[in-house]
Write a protein that binds this ligand. Sequence first.
Ligand code: NAD
Ligand code: WQD
Length: 344
Amino acid sequence: MKKKILVTGGTGYIGSHTVVELQNAGYEVVIVDDLSNSNADVLDGIEKITGIRPVFVELDCNNKEGLNKLFLDNPGIKGIIHFAASKAVGESVQKPLLYYRNNIVTLLNLLELMPVHGVEGIVFSSSCTVYGQPDILPVTEDAPIKPALSPYGNTKQINEEIIRDTIYAGTPFKSIILRYFNPIGAHPSAEIGELPNGVPQNLVPFLTQTAIGIRQELSVFGDDYDTPDGSCIRDYINVVDLAKAHVIAVERMLENKSEEKLEIFNLGTGRGVSVLELINAFEKGTGVKVPYKIVGRREGDIEKVWADPDRANNVLGWTAKESVEDTIVTVWKWQLKLRERGIQ
Ligand code: NAD
Ligand code: WQD
């Protein structure tokens, strides 16, 4: 058995896929999640895939005493992957304080407790949102950070700064910041996937819910952008590929494979795909039509962004393997599974 890793937000979308990959790689996992945006049934899915049920602690990471007890009850945690956060961009505009508290205090608690309990490193979930609309594409990690367009985006920038300042102050641990582009897809077993609360704000869950008839029509937000087909362009990254990058990052951080105390990596495919191309790929891959209409632009949307993944490819030693075309089919399989279970 390899080292013990604490995964905050481990019953969530990206967290659950990462727990699977960590367990497959031999790591012992402790999940902490307050279930504010996930369900404990996810643990069954993880167990079905890996044969191992991870230790689960239901706790709000804002509760520092509770977290301290978690470390005492589960001695030997050597690394943390910090997924736990609120992530709805629109909601963050309505409820900024909720986002600042949940996304910042949780990180402060972990950083303060790490040296107390001998934790050697933390991997942090950041986002391409920190780049805003980059001046140069594909965007590298050295691109300037643009003023955030939402409190959510701002929390990611502040989190990155907190980690940087803490590391440079000479604290006895390391960190890897991972900037995800647009994670999509589900585990190929369809035992775990994304389970959005209420009406999805993101493209892919809205698309699959429309395809299955839960939503009447998908709105495509704008076809008058400066892109080949006029719709926005993103770098859609398969969630299992993304999860695997976390395992590599943990190993790099904890096995001293790098001299650096802080590293930042883009996690993307390097390929930009438009909204209309994605709908087309879904229809082609599944044979299911998606009713959609073109509507006006969504406020705050970035026109086009995709990653330069060179540093992740060459330094981290990770490359996205799955194509958008294959990934979009896994989401459909997951949507069908949800219907089978009577969930959505
Ligand atoms: P998610 O909502 O599915 O998972 C987050 C999990 O954290 C949920 O299970 C939720 O219950 C839990 N959580 C929230 N606040 C908590 C708290 N105070 N204490 C304990 N648990 C708490 O989201 P996700 O898509 O898996 O995202 C994971 C991380 O990746 C987040 O930090 C998010 O900001 C970041 N990220 C996500 C995307 C994306 O498009 N999904 C893109 C870039 C970055
Ligand atoms: C993708 C594209 C929309 C819905 C958000 C956050 C970002 C990151 C990922 C965490 C855009 C278009 C969408 C719809 C549409 N999260 N769209 N119809 O906006 O790239 O990123 O999630 O860090 O911070 O901002 O993702 O899935 O919402 O949109 O046409 O019903 O799909 O305009 O071009 P986005 P998204």
